[in-house]
Structures are given as structure tokens and as C-alpha cells.
Ligand binder design. Structure first.
Ligand code: NAD
Ligand code: ZN
Length: 371
């Protein structure tokens, strides 16, 4: 067994460590006990993860003398709701947890966002630990402190910045993750290379099969991804500038998810990001910013990872360009008629373009859909 990797998210007095490796659930009691000794914990998880991974965490925490309460919500995006938030907050209070006690989020991004937000607002802020169990959560959502729920008006519209005190990413939990969810999380790993680290993307091209198979390459890929996110979050915690780079592929991606009504059967987030990343590269090529060969490499890599790369691959009724444009206009604030996109000068060289003409994007989408 290789030793776990440890990454520090540098945020002054709110700095914390992300641990990545196998068997971290089993040793969670020691790592949590070291920073939160003698406390009570509320473990928030979902119905799928409770069956698979809750027993190991429960045993570890109790073994370290931590009293635990378990709060289990239905699996799926619908748990990022006001009603689920209410039930989690009330369960924390009913268990008589005090302000110095802590919340543990055991699950994917849905659980991390929900439990993190509950921790942010209960008793004006409780500490929380992220124990992410999806690849997406391990490389992306568990790091950076964005927490929240959805509103009828849209996704992630209600929330708070609330950093965890510790992140334990047990890569062994990914062995039970459906292949489709694993691939979706992989799109976010590739994103870090495409943003700012061409050498990492080249490493992914060589090691993709090993990463999917598990073992040391998987741990390394997750650690590199977390490091990429940690660096950007440390530089711009509240997304006033550079953190927006993490949205590479997300302007197109969010619009496609919205056009699918967030139906997981049609498109999950990472798949939308994969198509969005390819579109961002193709658009950059069309604008004369990036070499066509780079866009081709990206398309090839995502396809090899089992991810969709074209809008037309999305199952269900075809999505017209006007509909995508409507969602883009809602998602990103339009400033004086111009859109903000993350574009690229080539692999590893993404940049924030805040002056993109919507007509150009729409014409590009029409060409894509006609091809
Ligand atoms: N806070 C952030 O910075 C941030 C960043 C990206 C995404 N997000 C949010 O994350 C959410 C998506 O996260 P997700 O993709 O992890 O979805 P998810 O939490 O719904 O998990 C996906 C599915 O996998 C199941 N699952 C989780 N772990 C498992 C395991 N080890 N084995 C088997 N099944 C398992 C879950 O029960 C669920 O059915 C979205 O709501 C998105 O808005 C937040
Ligand atoms: Zn994402």
C-alpha cells in the first residue's frame, strides 16, 4: 500500500489538508481526532453510499472515541433542496450537537454541497470534514469551500463559502462507483491539465488506462487535480478573478445540462463538461486563437475516456442552438451584450475572455449542430 498524498489548501487561518489514498476511511478516526479531539460528529450521507461505505467510517470514528449520529438523505441531485437542508439541520440540532462539534459529509458532490451548507448555517457555523466518494467530489467539489443547494429558479443559487477543516479522499471508495460516474469525474481532471498544465495533460494521455484501472496512477491523477484546484482557490478564494478559469467547458456545459432539464439519464455534469471543453477548444480554433491540432487532441482524449464530445451524442430530442444560447444568457451575466467564456490559446493555456459576441457563439453552435 503506497502512503497517501497530502495537499495543503493555503487560506491563512482557514488552511486545511486534503489527503488522497487508499484505506483513508479506516484511519479516519485518527486523522479527524488529531484536529477535532473528543467531539461529536453528524455523518451526512445518501442512501447509496450509506450501504457501501458508512459502516467503515462509523467503525473508524467510534474506534477513535467520537460519538456519531447518522443522517441519510435520498441519493441524487433532488437532495440539494430546501426541504433536505431543513431535515439535515433539524437532525443535527436534535442530536444535540454543539457549535464545537462537527459535520462529516460522506458522499458525492450532492452530499458535500448539502452537508457543507448545513454546517455553514447551523449554530452560525460548525466545522465540517469532507469525505468525498465520487471522483468528481474528490478532484473538484470537496475542495474550495463552495457549498449550497438549488432553488426553483436554478442550480446552486443558495449557498455560502464555507471551507472544510479536512478532506479525506479514500480512492478505494471509487471501486464501487459506476463507470459512467467515474468517467464524468475524469473530465474535471483533464480540465486541470487543459487549463494551465500541458505536461499534466500529456501525462494523462499516456496514463489514462491505468488511472481508470486504479492504483498508483489513479492516486497521482487525483492528487494533481486537487493540487491544481488548491492553487487556484488559494489565489482567489471567492472567485473575483482567476478562479473563473475553473469554469473551462462549464458555460457550454451548464447550458447543455439545463437544456436536458438536469436529467441524469441524458447527461451528468462531467459529461456536459466534456462536451463543453471540446466546444471551448473548437470555438477557440474558430476564432484563430488555438491550433486545430490541440482541439483534435482534446477530442481524442475525451472520446478515449468514454466521454461524449458532441452535442448530437446527447440522447433524447435534439437541442437547438437558440435554446443553448438562451441558457448561456441566463447562466453567465451578460455585460453590455457581451459574454464571458474561458477560451484557450492551446493545451495548458486557457484564459478568461470577457468580451465574446453572442452572435459569434450562436453561429459557431449552428455550424457544430449542422456538422
Ligand atoms: N461545491 C463545488 O465546488 C462543486 C463543484 C462541482 C460540482 N458540484 C456539485 O456536485 C454535484 C455532483 O456531484 P457528484 O457527481 O459527485 O454527484 P452525486 O453526489 O449525486 O453522486 C453521483 C451518484 O453516485 C453515487 N455514489 C457516490 N459515491 C459512490 C460510491 N463510492 N460508490 C457508488 N455510488 C456512489 C451517489 O449516490 C449518486 O447516485 C452537483 O450538485 C454539483 O453542483 C459542486
Ligand atoms: Zn464541474
Amino acid at each position: 500500500l503506497t502512503a497517501p498524498e497530502r495537499i495543503r489548501v493555503e487560506l491563512g487561518s482557514r488552511s486545511y489538508y486534503v489527503w488522497i489514498g487508499a484505506k483513508l476511511l479506516e484511519t479516519a478516526g485518527e486523522r479527524i481526532g488529531a484536529i477535532l479531539p473528543g467531539r461529536k460528529a453528524a455523518i451526512v450521507t445518501d442512501t447509496n453510499v450509506a450501504d457501501l461505505h458508512l459502516p467503515a467510517l462509523r467503525t473508524a470514528l467510534r474506534g477513535a472515541g467520537v460519538q456519531t449520529t447518522e443522517i441519510i438523505v435520498p441519493a441524487g441531485e433532488s437532495s440539494k433542496s430546501f426541504s433536505a437542508l431543513q431535515s439535515v439541520v433539524e437532525a443535527i440540532l436534535a442530536a444535540r450537537l454543539e457549535r464545537g462539534d462537527f459535520v462529516v459529509a460522506l458522499g458525492g458532490g450532492v452530499i458535500g454541497d448539502l452537508a457543507g451548507f448545513a454546517a455553514a448555517i447551523t449554530r452560525r457555523g460548525m466545522r465540517f470534514v469532507q469525505v468525498p466518494t465520487t471522483l468528481l467530489a474528490q478532484v473538484d467539489s470537496s475542495v474550495g469551500g463552495k457549498t449550497g443547494i438549488n432553488a426553483p429558479q436554478g442550480k446552486n443559487l443558495v449557498g455560502a463559502f464555507h471551507q472544510p477543516v479536512l478532506v479525506l479522499a479514500d480512492t478505494g471508495t471509487l471501486d464501487t462507483l459506476p463507470k459512467r460516474e467515474f468517467a464524468a469525474g475524469y473530465a474535471e481532471i483533464a480540465k486541470y491539465g487543459l487549463l494551465a498544465d500541458a505536461a499534466f495533460f500529456a501525462w494523462l494521455e499516456t496514463n489514462r488506462a491505468e488511472i481508470f484501472a486504479g492504483g498508483a496512477a489513479r492516486v497521482r491523477a487525483i492528487a494533481e487535480g486537487c493540487q491544481g484546484k488548491a492553487r487556484i482557490v488559494a489565489a482567489d478564494e471567492r472567485e473575483t478573478g482567476e478562479r473563473a478559469l475553473l469554469n473551462l467547458g462549464h458555460t457550454f456545459g451548464h447550458a447543455l445540462e439545463a437544456a436536458c432539464g438536469y436529467e441524469a439519464a441524458r447527461l451528468v455534469h462531467g459529461e456536459a463538461v466534456s462536451i463543453g471543453i471540446v466546444l471551448a477548444h473548437d470555438f477557440s480554433v474558430a476564432e484563430g486563437l488555438a491550433p486545430p491540432a490541440d482541439a483534435e487532441r482534446v477530442r481524442h482524449h475525451m472520446t478515449a475516456a468514454g466521454l461524449p464530445v458532441r452535442i448530437a451524442e446527447i440522447p433524447g430530442p435534439p437541442i437547438p442552438a437558440e435554446e443553448i444560447m438562451r441558457h448561456i444568457a441566463q447562466d453567465k451575466k451578460v455585460v453590455r451584450g457581451r459574454l464571458t467564456f474561458i477560451l484557450t490559446r492551446g493545451i495548458g493555456s486557457a484564459f478568461i475572455a470577457d468580451d465574446v459576441a453572442p452572435e459569434k457563439v450562436e453561429a459557431f453552435l449552428r455550424r457544430q449542430l449542422a456538422a
